[in-house]
Design a protein around this ligand. Sequence first.
Ligand code: SF4
Ligand code: SF4
Length: 188
Amino acid sequence: MNNYMEITKEIIEKIHKKLNEVSPVNYDCGRLCGEICCTYDDETYSNNDLIIYLLPGEEALYDSSESFELIHYDINEINYPHSWKNGVYTVRCINPPTCEREIRPIQCRTFPLIPHIDKNNHFYLIFDESEYPYKCPLINKNIELNEDFINETYKAWRFLLKNRLIYDLVDMDSRKRENKKIKYKKIK
Ligand code: SF4
Ligand code: SF4
C-alpha cells in the first residue's frame, strides 16, 4: 500500500472528474444544517477563518483562484508527520458557502467520510463525530449515503494512499483515533 507515488495536477483532476459524478445524498444536505461545514466559525478554530488542509499536489489548482486563498505552513507550525518536511498548503474559502465547486479540495468532496487504517493495515472509510467541532447531520443522524458516493470515495482514498505523505497523515490520524479509543463507525 505504501510507496512513493507523486500526485500530479493531472491525477487530481482525474479524481475530481470521478467525484463530480457522485454526491453523498440526492438532495442539498446544507439545508439540514445551514451549511455548517462551510461556514463554521469559532475563535478556537482557524482564527475565525475556515481553512482546509490540502493534499500534496492539490496546491497547483489554486494559484489564481478568486474563491480560495492559498496559505502555506512550515512543518514546525503544524502537527503533521515528519515526512511533510516541506510543510502543508491550505486554502481559506473566501466567501463560504459560495463555492467554486469545480476546484473544491478532495477533503471537501469526500466529506463526511474519513479514511482510516487499522493496526493490521486495513483501509476503511469511517464516520468519526469527534473529528469536527460542529455536528454534521449526515453523521449525527446516521443518514444513509449514496452507494456510488461511498464507492468512488473509497477508490479515490485507496489510490491516494499510494502517496507516502498521504499515507503517513492518514496513518497518524488513525493511530491517534485508536490510541484515544475514539468510537467511529465503519462505512466501507
Ligand atoms: S456534509 Fe454535513 S455539515 Fe456539511 S452541509 Fe451536508 S449535512 Fe451539513
Ligand atoms: S471548499 Fe466550498 S464546499 Fe468546501 S468548505 Fe469551502 S465553500 Fe464549502
